[in-house]
Design a protein around this ligand. Structure first.
Ligand code: TXA
Ligand code: MG
Length: 335
């Protein structure tokens, strides 16, 4: 993307806001972020307030390169250097021991910080021109769908954010992969860089622990979903969905339900099962295209007349792993 004169003015305005301790909405290649100066405690607190995010859920710090990375992390193990050289700028977040000078509000009191260098030119311009590391979660209300367009940010948080930079639809569409390098490498969240690609670079298998090390307060019913649309969503594998349709005799209700699936293959099969409104995320079955379309499709369905969303599991490979993670966490019976 080219940053034209008008866009440059918008970025300058956003930089002013960051420098004055305010928050801005901005595009990254994964999803839109809600950013503030990571070293300004009151600015960081505004992020939590605006998103209604609990203070125990730490933020990712965005940097524009290696030099700035060294202002937020205490040490850079060789394995981190290896991953950075291969995947930055891009959708890989690494968790490392934090510098004590980084406010603990950013990391929710943890000794470790999650950090990444985004690939989007507007995100990079915002970080470079302000010369600030930028703490930013996805720019949506806590537990809601992540925004992949400026309009989606506006709808979710528009009244509370004075500037939202528009960088077009996000090219990756799912959030970054979060990998902890504090100990043996472990994936805390599957995302835009696949496990397969990480394993090639590291030369060995990597474990996934999506429960992560973050201790969440127990609050039944409140925190068991995430990335969720307003409409109820149920997630099945193909066999489970076929059985569910048969058993429950829900066929007559399928005209008001939407089905989200991978490709045309599933469309044919589930049309025969009685589904009327099927949304393949990639007709040809391409993972990159499917992840790009995931949140925008869920949002589109959420804003339309359907009263129920069914989601069909993707193959557990490549970006299908991240897509399944988001769909599983989006399940709920109504909110
Ligand atoms: O692609 C992305 O990562 C987007 C864009 C805006 O960069 N950001 C994003 O942020 O998805 P957020 O806040 O929605 O998700 C951050 C994830 C959470 O799962 C959080 O628990 C984890 O990163 N995280 C943040 N800091 C951590 C830390 N110090 N240790 C372990 N996990 C951490
Ligand atoms: Mg988020």
């Amino acid at each position: 993307m080219i940053i034209d004169g008008k866009q440059k003015k918008n970025i300058d305005r956003a930089v002013e806001l960051i420098l004055s301790g305010d928050v801005v909405g901005f595009p990254t290649e994964t999803v839109y972020g809600l950013g503030a100066d990571a070293h300004n405690i009151s600015a960081v607190k505004k992020i939590f307030e605006i998103k209604q995010r609990p203070d125990w859920d730490p933020l990712i710090v965005h940097v524009a390169g290696r030099e700035q990375l060294e202002t937020v992390v205490e040490e850079l193990p060789p394995i981190a250097v290896k991953l950075i050289e291969k995947f930055w700028p891009g959708p890989l977040t690494i968790v490392l021991k934090k510098k004590t000078s980084l406010p603990s509000e950013v990391t929710s009191g943890l000794e470790a910080v999650a950090v990444r260098m985004p690939r989007h030119l507007i995100a990079l311009a915002l970080i470079k021109n302000s010369n600030k590391a930028i703490a930013a979660p996805s720019a949506n209300q806590f537990q809601g769908l992540s925004p992949t367009t400026a309009r989606a940010v506006e709808k979710s948080l528009g009244k509370k954010v004075s500037v939202i930079l528009d960088g077009g639809p996000c090219l990756v569409g799912v959030e970054s992969t979060v990998i902890s390098l504090l100990d043996e490498p472990i994936i805390l969240r599957p995302g835009g860089i696949s496990l397969e690609d990480l394993e090639i670079v590291l030369g060995h298998k990597i474990k996934i622990n999506v429960k992560s090390s973050i201790v969440r307060p127990v609050s039944p019913g409140m925190l068991d979903f995430h990335y969720a649309p307003q409409k109820p969503l149920r997630y099945f594998d193909a066999k489970g969905l076929t059985e569910f349709v048969k058993k429950r005799g829900i066929k007559k209700n399928l005209s008001t339900a939407a089905l989200v699936c991978f490709s045309n293959k599933e469309v044919k099969k589930f049309e025969n099962a009685g589904f009327k409104n099927i949304f393949p995320l990639s007709i040809v079955g391409n993972y990159d295209e499917a992840s790009r379309n995931l949140f925008s499709t869920l949002r589109e369905i959420d804003e339309s007349e359907f009263n129920m969303i069914y989601a069909l599991a993707f193959p557990e490979e490549r970006l299908g792993v991240a897509i399944n993670d988001r769909l599983k966490k989006a399940q709920h019976e109504g909110r």
